[in-house]
Write a protein that binds this ligand. Structure first.
Ligand code: CTP
Length: 398
C-alpha cells in the first residue's frame, strides 16, 4: 500500500516514543521507507541506534553536524519525504509547531517542509486538555496539519483520559489516508452512524442496539479511497475512524442539524439507526415514583426522517444517496418499497432478525437495491461490506 513512499518520522520526547519503533517496522512492512529524526528529549526514551537499525537508514538528531549538512541539508531532508509524521507529538512540539519556532532540528524541519504533516499527540490528560494545548491544536488544524488520536485510556502516569498516543496501526491507516490518491480524492462524503439516544428525562433515554460498527467501517473505507469524510455519529460502541471529521450527536434532531451543516456533499451514506420516535415532552427533572402505584405514560412524537429529507432535497441533494434498511421479514420487498418511499438511490438492506447475529455483530449479509433491482452479497465481515460499498460508490461517482 505504501510502496515507494518516503516518511520522515519525528520522534518527540514522551513515553510513547517506544511505539514509534514499532511504527517504523509497520511502515516498512508496507513498503515505505522511513527516515527517523529524534529530538533531544526523544533520545531519553529511544536511541538513534535502535531507530536507525529498524529504519535501515541514518537516524538524525540535534547533532546534525556539518558532515550531515554536506550530505543532505536540512531543507532537503524536510522535502525529500512524501509525508512528515510526528509521533509522539508532545505538548512541547505542538507548541513549537503552532508558534512557528525553529530552534532544533525537528522544529526546523517542520517549518521548512512543503509536505503534509501528520501529528500523533501523546501527553498527560491534563496537558492535552489545557487551553494552551487545545488552542495550539486548533491553530495547527487550521494550518492543515493532520491529526491521529490521541486515544482515551490508562496512561503511564497513572491517570485516565485522552492523551495516549494512537496505536502504530492506527497511525499507519492515517498515513495511508494522507498519502493515497484514491479514486474518491476530492470528493466529500457524509456518513451517519450509530444509534440515537432520545431522552425521557435527564437520566433516562430510549436507544437501540446499533453498535456503529458498519457505519464506522464505511467511513474508514471511503477515507482510505481518498474521500473527505464527515462522520456524524450517535453514541456508538466502537470508536470513530481516524482521519475523518467526526461530529458527535445524541438525538435524531441533532443528527439532522449536523447533516444539514455538513452539506454540500457528493454522496451521503445513512447508516445510522435513527430512532423513529422521541418522547414528546422530555421531563426537565427526573421522573419519580410518586408512591400511588400509578405508572407514567410516555407520549411519542415522530422524529424527522433524515434520509428521506436529504433524498428529496432540491439543490443540495448529494449526487448519490445511500440508505440502509434493517428488516426482519420480506427483506427485498420491504427494502425496495423503502427505497421508493424515501427517494434514495441505493438501499443496503439487511436481515436483523436476532438469529442472524448481525445487529451489534461483526458480520453482515446485505442486499444492494438500486433502480435495476436487487443484488445479494454473500455474508462477509462489516469491513469487507464497507470496502465493497466504497468501491461501488467510487464507480458510480466516476
Ligand atoms: N433513517 C433516517 N432518519 C430516520 C429514520 C431512518 O435517516 N428518522 C434512515 C436510516 O439511517 C436508514 C434508513 O433511513 O438509512 C432506513 O431506516 P429503517 O429504520 O430501516 O427504516 P424506517 O424508515 O424506520 O422504516 P420502518 O420503520 O418501516 O422499518
Amino acid at each position: 500500500m505504501l510502496a515507494g513512499k518516503k516518511i520522515l518520522l519525528i520522534i518527540g520526547g514522551g513515553i510513547a516514543a517506544f511505539k514509534a519503533l514499532d511504527l517504523i517496522r509497520r511502515l516498512r512492512e508496507r513498503g515505505a521507507s522511513v527516515t527517523p529524526v529524534i529530538t533531544r528529549a526523544g533520545q531519553e526514551f529511544v536511541t538513534p541506534l535502535s531507530a536507525s537499525a529498524l529504519a535501515a537508514d541514518k537516524a538524525y538528531t540535534d547533532l546534525f553536524d556539518l558532515t550531515d549538512e554536506a550530505e543532505m541539508g536540512h531543507i532537503e531532508l524536510s522535502r525529500a519525504a512524501d509525508l512528515v509524521v510526528v509521533a509522539p507529538a508532545t505538548a512541547d512540539l505542538l507548541g513549537k509547531m503552532a508558534g512557528g519556532l525553529a530552534n532544533d532540528l525537528a522544529s526546523t524541519l517542520l517549518m521548512a517542509t512543503d509536505k503534509r504533516v501528520l501529528a500523533a499527540p501523546s501527553m498527560n490528560v491534563r496537558m492535552w486538555q489545557h487551553p494552551a494545548c487545545q488552542r495550539n491544536v486548533t491553530t495547527l488544524k487550521d494550518d492543515g496539519i493532520l491529526f491521529v488520536g490521541p486515544n482515551e485510556g490508562d496512561m503511564a502516569c497513572g491517570e485516565y483520559g485522552p492523551g495516549r498516543m494512537a496505536e502504530p496501526l492506527e497511525i499507519v491507516t492515517a498515513v495511508e489516508a494522507a498519502l493515497l490518491n484514491g479514486p474518491l480524492k476530492g470528493r466529500h462524503v457524509l456518513v451517519t452512524s450509530g444509534p440515537t439516544h432520545e431522552p425521557i428525562d435527564p437520566v433516562r433515554y430510549i436507544a437501540n442496539r446499533s453498535s456503529g460498527a458498519q457505519g464506522t467501517a464505511i467511513a474508514a473505507a471511503l477515507s482510505a479511497m481518498g474521500a473527505k469524510v464527515t462522520f456524524i455519529t450517535g453514541p456508538a460502541d466502537v470508536p470513530p475512524p481516524v482521519g475523518v471529521k467526526v461530529v458527535q450527536v445524541e438525538t435524531a434532531r441533532e443528527m439532522m442539524a449536523a447533516v444539514e451543516t455538513a452539506l454540500p456533499a457528493d454522496a451521503g451514506v445513512f447508516a445510522a439507526a435513527v430512532a423513529d420516535w422521541r418522547v414528546k415532552s422530555e421531563a426537565t427533572s427526573k421522573i419519580k415514583k410518586d408512591g400511588t402505584g400509578e405508572l407514567p405514560v410516555l407520549e411519542f412524537a415522530e422524529n424527522p426522517d433524515i434520509l428521506a429529507h436529504v433524498s428529496q432535497m432540491d439543490k443540495s441533494r448529494p449526487a448519490l444517496v445511500v440508505g440502509f434498511a434493517a428488516e426482519t421479514d420480506d427483506v427485498v420487498a420491504n427494502a425496495t418499497a423503502k427505497r421508493a418511499r424515501k427517494g434514495c438511490d441505493w438501499i443496503l438492506a439487511n436481515d436483523v432478525s436476532p438469529e442472524t447475529g448481525i445487529m451489534g455483530g461483526s458480520e453482515n449479509a446485505v442486499v444492494l437495491i438500486d433502480a435495476d433491482g436487487a443484488e445479494t452479497w454473500p455474508r462477509m465481515g462489516k469491513d469487507a461490506v464497507a470496502k465493497r460499498l466504497a468501491a461501488r460508490m467510487a464507480d458510480a461517482l466516476g
